[in-house]
Ligand binder design. Sequence first.
Ligand SMILES: C[S@@+](CC[C@H](N)C(=O)[O-])C[C@H]1O[C@@H](n2cnc3c(N)ncnc32)[C@H](O)[C@@H]1O
Length: 204
Amino acid sequence: MRIFVVVGHKATTQPSFSLEDIPGTSGRLDILCRSVTAAFVLSHGIRKDVLVYLVLLGGETPKTIRLVGETLRHLNPDERTTAALLKKALAVEATPEWAMSTSGIFVRTGGLEKLLEDLKQRSVRLVYLREDGRDFRCLKDEPLEREMAFVLGDHTGMTAEEESLLASAGAEVVALGPTSLHADHCIVVTNWLLDTNAFMSDCG
Ligand SMILES: C[S@@+](CC[C@H](N)C(=O)[O-])C[C@H]1O[C@@H](n2cnc3c(N)ncnc32)[C@H](O)[C@@H]1O
């Protein structure tokens, strides 16, 4: 299973945003929609072995949406359809327990700290993607059988507090090169690197 976690610092936790102006009314939920597309959508299908967590921090109470490739339905490549699915999820009454919205989409209250605790319980290998990290292609040196979770920020990156949460959770800091990319592009590159097993044997 490949897991992607994207943190939306301003992303709304309410369903009241407009599908006519997603970036302007939802706290840049558009970034998270594109990340969902990048994680799941293939030319003719959906990646079944992918799990995405969207951490939405733009509300009084943080919420997390979980999308499960195995059972995900109604996902199209366009941003608007994804935003409509997230809107439905945000209309579900969220509690600390996961509640299903549509097939393969779940929502609960809670933010990054709670999610990292869950991933720890699951013994996931945690990778924080950041421009100045270790070369991604050097991950081959270590066992890759473990489930891996790749954590990304939004247009504002990650806060110092979130970085220290990630460090305490044992996250490795890994780069896809020194150039700052969009979060969804990082996901495409990560999927490609894993699909093609593009690792280097000699990392010095
Ligand atoms: C648009 S970038 C954030 C821009 C910039 N880092 C900042 O803090 O304002 C969104 C996220 O993509 C990931 N990212 C971008 N470029 C990357 C790279 N070259 N290697 C690894 N991760 C990257 C990071 O997780 C980053 O938080």
